[in-house]
Design a protein around this ligand. Sequence first.
Ligand code: 5AD
Length: 454
Amino acid sequence: MTVPFGSDKVSPAMPDKRVYIKTFGCQMNVHDSERIGGLLRNEGYRLTDKPEEADMIIVNSCSIREKSEQKAYSDLGRFAALKREKPGLILGMAGCVAQQEGEKVLKRYRGLDLVFGSSNIENVPQMIETITLRSQPIVMVQEPPGPPRTTPAVRADRVRAWVSIMEGCNRRCAFCVVPTTRGRERSRPSADVVEEVSHLAEAGYKEITLLGQTVNSYSGAPGEGKDFADLLWMLDAVEGIERIRFTSPHPADMTEKLIETMAVLPKVCEYLHLPLQSGSDAVLSRMGRGYTMDGYRRIIDSLRRRVPEMAFSTDIIVGFPGETEDDFRMTLKAVGVIEFDNVYYFNYSPRKNTPAAGFEAQVPDEIKSERFQRLSGLEKAVAREKNRCLIGTKQEVLIEGRSKRDRSKFTGRTRSNKLVHFDGTESEIGHLIDVRITAASSTFLEAVRHRDTV
Ligand code: 5AD
């Protein structure tokens, strides 16, 4: 069952304990933290945003790149120091680094009570019970045979909700650590997903984002015979939900059926984040991505033909082993030709137990940084130009809350996932309104009420 935001009351009989959860990494990790929070609430814990007043601290780590791993370790060191002043504090590490390192993290950080992987979130209540009974640290990093089960969640947002539909990845991209941390693909039964989304709709949520490491290789429960497009059809029928998004799909699983489904279903938003990684076929092949630049373009063209206003974003890895200047130029060319609305780009970071870490011809850091800068300049220019084209158009936005930039303004996203700032009121949060775009930068739009202008 999903517990709506705002109802996180602890039974009066329970002691008032507080947990601070620090999250690194992807949306899946963000939602895993919401699930950890939900299970801990049932154990009498309330969330706090102040680590110094917490009775329990959990670092939910990410190992996708070296930097994210280091940040998690450095926080853990800081919290371990806090524990020396406050011995009763329960300190835990979750997420992909915990999954990968297991016992080794315990050796590195004395004072750590709990190490658990993402597949063991469901065991949180049992772990807490064991910890309170005996004061030995616990490590739980095994991969359960079944799909992730429905767990309660303390959701950070009142309007938009994450919904995990599958976990793990059966692909073997040469750069990626995920298959070794999240395990093989496991999909939730479609009925469980529909039930969770129906509860979210009843609780007032308007938008859902379906999550999975390769979300479009969703296959339902074993033997169910459902694919990702079938699931979208089932969810589009849930009353009260107005918008459906998903992340991250793999280009090799973008079937004709899925493209057609995205084009016809009214609630599926006109936005696709489709990781390209490189514009060079030679690099794509060494990465083991399973598509060519031509194949990728065909997906984009096919969607644009059916839905001209669709926006696209992507991930690019800069400086993959063996990437030449010519390869990199092909990536720049791809970004310009496809006209991505947004590009997320990362310097290649060698990861333990991945083939590419052992490839010869690693690209020197200076070259990675120089290419990174060039891509950054191009990406901003392309994004600004794409956003400028929207000036004067009417757009539907879902009001999310006050703008972080300017507290007098409100903020929301268009169906194409563009961030928009406009005038609003608290009571409108969660409503869909029409606006007219008046200004654009590379990262956000400004707008006025559409009715104000007619
Ligand atoms: N180095 C740099 N970037 C990586 N990504 C995944 N693995 C690595 C790595 N070893 C990027 C990819 C992926 C995104 C989530 O992170 O672009 O799509």
